[in-house]
Ligand binder design. Structure first.
Ligand SMILES: [Zn+2]
Length: 132
């Protein structure tokens, strides 16, 4: 296995991401059912029937405060699965260095190495209006 030491186990992370999507899909469905309107109820059924791959598409135009965090995570996971598909998963999108596997294990949607992520967050924090 020594020759694989630097490569990322894409299958493992693909499984992890899909499992997380199933949990999120269920949470979103429940939130929609709780919202208790006809539109959301119908949507809840669609979320229930959706394949993991189409969950992000289904939620693309959805902008509900109640599930915004979940929807954002679905989008992050969808993006991570695309990186798996095109074999760029596990490489930092900014510097191209391999992302620490322990970081991926804890945070499978990570798209930057720790160093670049810190720089990114600093930049983001600087441009964001202060919290109320
Ligand atoms: Zn980097």
């Amino acid at each position: 296995m020594a020759q694989l030491a630097r490569s990322v186990d894409l299958r493992h992370f693909d499984d992890m991401l899909r499992a997380r999507l199933r949990v999120l899909g269920e949470q979103i469905r429940e939130a929609l059912l709780r919202a208790d309107t006809e539109t959301y109820g119908e949507l809840a059924g669609q979320v229930h029937d959706a394949e993991e791959e189409s969950l992000a598409d289904l939620l693309t135009d959805l902008n509900l405060a109640a599930i915004s965090r979940e929807v954002q995570e679905v989008r992050d996971i969808d993006a991570a699965m695309r990186r798996i598909a095109d074999r760029t998963y596990g490489s930092c999108i900014d510097c191209g260095d391999p992302i620490d596997p322990a970081r991926l294990e804890a945070y499978p949607t990570a798209k930057r190495c720790v160093t670049c992520q810190r720089g990114h967050e600093l930049k983001f924090a600087a441009t964001r209006p202060p919290k109320l």
